[in-house]
Design a protein around this ligand. Structure first.
Ligand SMILES: [Zn+2]
Length: 261
């Protein structure tokens, strides 16, 4: 058996290292999604800054953040959810993505399998949590977050010896949603589905295979309807013809089917 197909070791030190690593990944993704979203909105906060590198700054006062400000979740709670420098409220997005990344890793570890699969699924879950946040806030799914999930899924499948199914899933999932998008536009004369959803489903197809595409779409549709219904009940819902973000539902479906199907 090749070394990457060995199960993830149950050594507590390695599990703790995995938790710390995924908390750091969540912290990185939280900063990346905020920068990507702000850039697309044309906000000046991060103008001229790279999406993926550079020191973290407070978007309110511009202060450079250091280690005590940046410990995943812990800093946010310890500093009472405010910037240490200017006391501006820090949104829960960062802590949610950090905690979500760790939960994704622990779920993947609990399901088990080769360590390469556990780590890859953890990364998938972490990126999906970041996508849920950015799509809910801004109704967009940045390519910089959706597209890397496709080669990651294909790579994991190749290492696990299941590349043909992953490739077929990507083509089927992306193609099916692309068709739905084209048909909707033709019939209704407006966009019902963003192209970001098409790309996310192509990437998701690589993780779930062709047989998983239907279940992903079913879970995605039900979750989206449930969320819209709930928002409507509490009086904060969009109108019936408004575009509803489908990304969070799709993300939930992709992760659930990847882990449990
Ligand atoms: Zn500040």
């Amino acid at each position: 058996m090749p070394p990457w197909l060995q199960p993830f070791p149950s050594d507590p030190v390695l599990v703790a290292a995995g938790i710390a690593g995924f908390a750091a990944l969540g912290s990185f993704l939280g900063a990346a999604q905020a920068r990507l979203g702000a850039a697309i909105d044309g906000e000046a906060t991060y103008a001229g800054r790279s999406f993926w590198s550079g020191r973290s700054i407070c978007p309110s006062c511009g202060a450079t953040l250091s280690i005590p400000d940046l410990v995943p979740v812990v800093s946010w709670l310890a500093l009472k959810r405010r910037c240490r420098h200017c006391a501006a409220a820090v949104p829960s997005d960062y802590a949610a993505i950090e905690a979500g990344s760790v939960v994704a890793f622990l779920l993947a570890l609990w399901i088990g399998g080769p360590w390469v699969t556990v780590v890859a699924r953890g990364i998938l879950g972490a990126v999906l949590v970041a996508l849920v946040v950015v799509d809910t806030r801004r109704q967009l799914l940045p390519d910089a977050l959706t597209l890397p999930l496709l080669p990651l899924g294909l790579l994991e499948a190749w290492l696990a010896g299941d590349l043909p199914a992953a490739a077929a899933g990507a083509v089927f999932g992306g193609g099916l949603l692309w068709l739905v998008q084209l048909l909707y536009r033709r019939l209704r004369g407006r966009e019902g589905l963003g192209f970001g959803d098409v790309k996310l489903m192509a990437a998701g197809g690589a993780w779930v295979g062709p047989a998983g595409v239907g279940p992903v779409l079913l879970i995605g549709a039900l979750a989206t309807l449930a969320a819209a219904g709930l928002a409507h009940l509490v009086g904060r819902g969009p109108g019936l013809t408004a575009r509803i973000a489908f990304g969070p539902g799709l993300a939930l479906g992709i992760f659930a089917v990847t882990l449990f199907a």
